[in-house]
Design a protein. Structure first.
Length: 475
């Protein structure tokens, strides 16, 4: 029996380099019926509304008479496409070079589809066949998307929105292999000063993470480094890709800039399992049409922050002293945020959609990254102590990967804690950690000192000029 060919949206992208940097996108949807075309309202990795419609200059439909007419909005993020529309064309502002944005210049086309691709809300199974209209054949195209006849193919809406595209005449490209999986490093911007060290460190933390999870979730993986001249330092995770932005680009040539990139890279790779696969039920699958709050941001970002750094140590990229310095910085941020004593990290996770990425009202909330990582550290130490070092938080993360990530079952808070308890050896082993530091707002200092002591480390703090500073050293 012949397989029905899956339907696909034919989408082409063209740079508009005259005037403010913009791209023009043209899409032919495989329907003649009317529908509401939806633009995503947020992007995974940043759990707040992105309001990408603010970057749309125009939205037109081509009628059966061949004329282009403006489409009417039906909500802030949807447009009515009348029946028998032959194509939809829109213009999008493309002048942002962070890890989750869209930007262009003479030598680059950088697109995060989740910013700027329209989709049909009732046909999210439709794929995309993407043409980069004005990209010369000699440019490199870095993306996790497969290509066919010079076009990029996305299986469906979830796949397209998860697949950044970086095309440029100026891409540095190297590869390495871990456990039979090809890993690609692509760099736009300044060259990396010590190429061999950069690749070797990627190899080391990749080998260590795969060894601890037992398998890798994707058939390939791409690190896309966007080193622009804008002030940036962050990364965004995808299933088989990450974009890491750092600027100004010369920063990568300093030791601090180098270590910052490697730290972000280890964090983002860990996300390939934790959050891209071991994913809160509220985000399985992603609903791009509205805010999707979850109380589990502290698992997605906190565990990843803690593990990203720990794997730098595990794999020898940094030594114990290096790990202690990173942890001191984390604990300083923790101690100096009174918001952790006002709102639990689980409630703060839910509220990232309100103010998770700005300072916000003083002393109101905790950080899913910082307080989440401190909680992960306490859980790790507790599991190791209860099992005499036989198991750790990573043992639980591996089980979560096997039981929830691989079969793509959305995770609940109850699932997470029950797997941690199981690994720790008793059904209520971590209840007090959960009550005090995930759902509650108890001060963590005594627990931290005890956890470090058990690991053979001495943790102290002093307060100067109203600011806490921690010291962590081998006891
Ligand atoms: Zn992250």
């Amino acid at each position: 029996m012949a397989r029905t060919r899956l339907q696909s949206i034919e989408l082409s992208i063209r740079r508009l380099l005259e005037g403010p940097p913009r791209i023009e996108l043209t899409a032919v949807f495989p329907t003649q019926e009317s529908f509401e075309a939806q633009l995503p309202t947020w992007r995974p990795g940043r759990y707040e509304l992105g309001q990408f419609a603010q970057y749309i200059y125009s939205m037109d439909g081509k009628g059966k008479d061949g004329e282009w007419n403006a489409l009417k909005k039906t909500s802030l993020h949807t447009w009515h496409v009348p029946e028998e529309t032959k194509a939809v064309r829109w213009v999008f502002h493309a002048d942002t070079f962070n890890a989750g944005s869209t930007g262009i210049a003479d030598d680059i086309l950088y697109v995060n589809p989740v910013n700027c691709f329209l989709y049909h809300p009732n046909h999210q199974e439709w794929g995309y066949t993407i043409t980069l209209d004005d990209v010369p054949a000699f440019w490199s195209v870095a993306t996790g998307l497969p290509t066919e006849g010079g076009k990029l193919l996305a299986r469906d809406v979830q796949h397209a929105m998860d697949s950044p595209i970086l095309a440029s005449s100026n891409l540095w490209h190297r590869t390495y292999t871990s456990n039979g999986i090809p890993f690609h490093i692509w760099v736009y911007g300044q060259t990396i000063p010590d190429e061999q060290r950069f690749i070797q460190e990627h190899q080391n933390f990749t080998d260590a993470q795969i060894a601890h999870f037992g398998s890798f979730p994707a058939p390939h993986y791409h690190f896309l480094y966007v080193l622009s001249e804008r002030e940036e330092r962050h990364g965004v995770e995808h299933e088989d890709t990450t974009v890491i932005a750092q600027g100004p680009s010369a920063k990568c040539r300093t030791e601090d800039g180098h270590m910052e990139l490697i730290g972000i890279a280890s964090h983002e790779l860990y996300h390939a399992w934790n959050v891209k696969r071991i994913r809160p039920a509220e985000w399985t699958p992603y609903d791009f049409s509205k805010a999707c709050p979850s109380r589990m941001g502290y698992i997605a970002e906190g565990v990843t922050t803690y593990m990203g750094d720990l794997f730098l140590f595990e794999s020898g990229v940094i030594d114990l002293d290096g790990w202690c310095r990173l942890t001191e910085r984390l604990l300083d941020r923790h101690l100096n945020n009174p918001g952790r004593l006002n709102m639990s990290v689980a409630d703060s996770s839910y509220d990232t959609w309100l103010d998770g990425y700005v300072t916000g009202s003083p002393g109101r909330k905790g950080s899913i990254y910082v307080e989440g990582a401190v909680l992960a550290l306490l859980c790790d130490a507790c599991i190791m102590e209860l099992t005499s070092g036989e198991a750790s938080l990573q043992t639980a993360m591996r089980l979560l990967w096997e039981q929830f990530g691989k079969p793509r079952i959305g995770l609940t808070e109850a699932d997470y804690w029950s797997v941690l308890n199981e690994v720790a050896g008793a059904p209520n082993a971590l209840d007090s950690l959960r009550n005090d530091f995930a759902d509650g707002t108890k001060d963590s200092w005594e627990a931290l000192v005890a956890a470090m002591e058990h690991q053979g480390l001495s943790l102290t703090k002093v307060r100067r000029d109203g600011i806490w500073r921690t010291t962590l050293i081998a006891a």
